[in-house]
Design a protein. Structure first.
Length: 288
């Protein structure tokens, strides 16, 4: 198993896997990115991920340096070069490098980086027993801007939230706005379940349009599970029958404790289990 780094379309050997200190992604977090995993060695929903990357780039006014089709070919080449049984892929697009200063016209051209490494997945007992989370009241970096919904490189809010979660042994932080609404996780989408129905924030709330989230909503429709597209209040999460998160790497992950409070029955519930089994069936990955 190996790690492969591709910069501007070329696989770089160890010792040449570097980016300038004048790159705006390093200086200002002026970048967008996507995280992709493979199933059976093939990247899951690659086209959808790259379309979302393009959308994020458009929201922050970073022009794509190459067509989406070329980006896709580069990702496939990097995965092939790594030759891992399963891979974790990070695709990053920065505004590029230039003189110090916030003016985006100071940089010359966007930089693209693809990193492929062996996939590490959560232990099976997390899906069987569930995990703990905290709530974290904050304003997200791009709230109230034209870039709402973009997957940007500036993850300081999420880093601080996850630091607080780690201090109490929790594995995720649910981001809560000034009105007490649960919007999303530090690195996930959030679903609250009450009376058999899913409650989850709509895209219009400025959340990331999660690709796994979209599959959850599609599966819920197929399983005749009702969905309310609204941001649940934190009190609703405390009183929920079930809570789970979704992300590309963790797939669907049950939350059984929130802020040291037991949720529902204290174990992953039936709605989560149905959706998780259906998702695993969809991606060809059996539930262990």
């Amino acid at each position: 198993m190996s790690i492969v780094v591709m910069i501007d379309g070329r696989v770089r050997p160890p010792g040449e896997q570097s980016v300038s200190v004048f790159d705006r992604g390093f200086l200002y977090g002026d970048s967008v990115f996507e995280t992709i995993r493979t199933y059976g060695g093939a990247p899951f929903e690659l086209d959808e991920h790259l379309r979302r990357l393009e959308h994020s780039a458009r929201l922050v006014f970073i022009p794509l340096p190459v067509p989406i089709s070329e980006l896709a070919a580069e990702v496939l080449e990097a995965i092939g070069a790594a030759a891992n049984p399963e891979s974790y892929v990070r695709v990053i697009l920065t505004r590029g490098q230039g003189a110090l200063g916030l003016d985006p016209t100071l940089c010359d051209r966007p930089l693209r980086v693809t990193i492929v490494q062996p996939l590490g997945v959560p232990p099976a007992h997390h899906y069987v027993n569930g995990v703990a989370a905290i709530s974290y009241r904050t304003q997200r970096t791009i709230d109230g801007t034209s870039a709402e919904g973009a997957k940007i490189g500036n993850y300081l809010v999420s880093v601080l939230a996850m630091r607080e979660a780690a201090q109490v042994g929790a594995l995720e932080a649910l981001l809560v706005d000034a009105q007490g609404k649960v919007l999303e996780g530090a690195s996930s989408n959030v679903f609250v379940i009450k009376a058999g129905e899913l409650i989850t924030a709509p895209i219009g709330a400025g959340i990331l349009a999660g690709i796994t989230r979209a599959h959850v909503l599609d599966l819920a429709e197929g399983l005749s599970i009702g969905v309310q597209l609204r941001a649940p209040h934190l009190d609703e999460a405390y009183a929920a029958d079930e809570v789970f998160i979704s992300s590309s790497i963790r797939e669907l992950m049950p939350i059984v404790r929130l802020d040291q409070r037991s949720l529902g029955s204290g174990v992953p519930g039936p709605v989560f289990r149905r959706l998780f089994a259906a998702f695993r069936q969809r991606v060809g990955h059996a539930v262990g």
